[in-house]
Design a protein around this ligand. Structure first.
Ligand SMILES: NC(=O)c1ccc[n+]([C@@H]2O[C@H](COP(=O)([O-])OP(=O)(O)OC[C@H]3O[C@@H](n4cnc5c(N)ncnc54)[C@H](O)[C@@H]3O)[C@@H](O)[C@H]2O)c1
Length: 341
């Protein structure tokens, strides 16, 4: 019997790539999203790539009663991957209540339902933002948390605590995946990051500038004490990240996880600066980027990259793509989506 997985936030960037990886690895998938930052066109792309039409619910997970309908119609959900959340660091600084309400209410509802309907595995999209403004990298899962640099980061810190506390005395096992900086697109160029709201993440801002949707982009902060003054991050290809979720489910379904909850970093363990990323993009694509150097952005940490030894050892996860693949696939996707607009 195929295992069934509910993917929340499944029409979004990472969720849609995770759905492909799940389908390719023999899972049945149900998708829910309220469309606040995506649209169901990603499900059409998933169908083109995999041949599968994924059942879809357009529901706000902050509405518990509506959300329960999914479980009443699919009584055999074995696992949940909870991607649904608002994710823009800058916006969360301006609208903290929106972020706390959306990200925490939806989480509490889906957790409550996962307990009520005997789900076996709960995978949570956490983030390296839980570590806050760290003084040293690489960070491993035991690196102590600093104060969250933004309300968004705080929702991930609180979210992790809510999950471990709520599931402690239940049969639902959880994995908290701390993503570093997901980027790039599906190699088919049919699927990639396509947010409803203007992207704040670096790579889509780069590709939108290169294609002419933006006249110019800004590098926020070039006076940090880093090798070239710009922020350093750990960029991980979205398909590598997607596969980590499939491995987490397998780990729990095969009863390999003894503890109730576990945590893994998912990054490639290599810190690259914003200016190095721009350089990699220009070299990979032959484009010349129109950018300017601006002030630091509130909520940004100076430098962070991962130690992912634990995910490699326990989940058998290993990234396959590098920064050049990220730039190439992101650019192919940008050209594809601009053509179809
Ligand atoms: N992309 C990143 O840089 C990054 C880094 C670390 C962690 N994360 C986390 O990974 C997850 C997925 O991120 P993404 O990049 O795919 O973002 P995304 O915005 O593309 O996807 C999130 C999806 O959740 C949906 N959503 C939001 N609130 C909802 C609600 N109340 N009910 C139903 N659907 C709702 C949105 O419409 C969107 O499609 C998020 O939890 C995010 O915080 C992302």
């Amino acid at each position: 019997m195929k295992k069934k997985v509910l993917v929340t936030g499944g029409t979004g960037y990472i969720g849609s790539h995770a759905i492909i990886d799940l389908l390719e690895n023999g899972y049945d998938v149900v998708c829910v999203d309220n469309g606040i930052n995506s649209d169901p066109s990603s499900l059409e792309a998933i169908k083109k790539i995999t041949g599968v039409s994924v059942p879809f619910y357009c529901i706000d997970l902050c509405d518990r009663q509506e959300s329960e309908k999914i479980f009443l119609e699919h009584t055999d959900i074995d696992g949940i991957i909870h991607f649904a959340a608002l994710k823009a660091v800058g916006e969360s600084v301006e609208k903290p209540i929106l972020y706390f309400r959306n990200n925490l209410e939806s989480l509490i509802n889906i957790l409550d339902l996962s307990i009520k309907y005997d789900v076996k595995a709960f995978i949570f999209s956490s983030s390296c933002t839980v570590y806050g403004d760290v003084s040293q990298s690489p960070v491993d899962e035991n690196t102590p948390w600093q104060d969250a640099a933004s309300p968004y980061g705080r929702t991930k810190q609180i979210g992790e605590q809510i999950i471990t506390d709520s599931l402690k005395h239940t049969k639902v096992k959880s994995i908290l995946l701390r993503y570093f900086n997901p980027a790039g697109a599906h190699p088919s160029a049919l699927l990639g990051e396509s947010p409803v709201n203007p992207p704040q993440n670096l790579v889509p801002v780069i590709t939108e500038t290169a294609i002419g949707k933006r006249n110019q982009m800004t590098v926020y902060g070039t006076d940090y004490p880093t090798r070239d003054g710009s922020c350093i991050r750990d960029y991980i290809h979205v398909c590598d990240l997607a596969h980590a979720h499939t491995l987490c489910l397998k780990h729990i379904f095969l009863d390999k996880q003894s503890q109730q909850s576990d945590t893994f970093n998912v990054g490639i363990g290599n810190g690259l600066s914003v200016l190095e990323i721009i350089d990699a993009f220009e070299k990979q694509t032959g484009q010349v980027l129109n950018y300017t150097k601006g002030a630091r952005r509130p909520g940004d940490v100076m430098a962070i990259y991962s130690d992912y030894t634990k995910a490699k050892k326990i989940l058998g996860w290993q990234p396959k793509y590098d920064v050049n693949d990220i730039m190439r696939t992101a650019w192919e996707w940008e050209k594809h989506r601009s053509k179809s607009m």
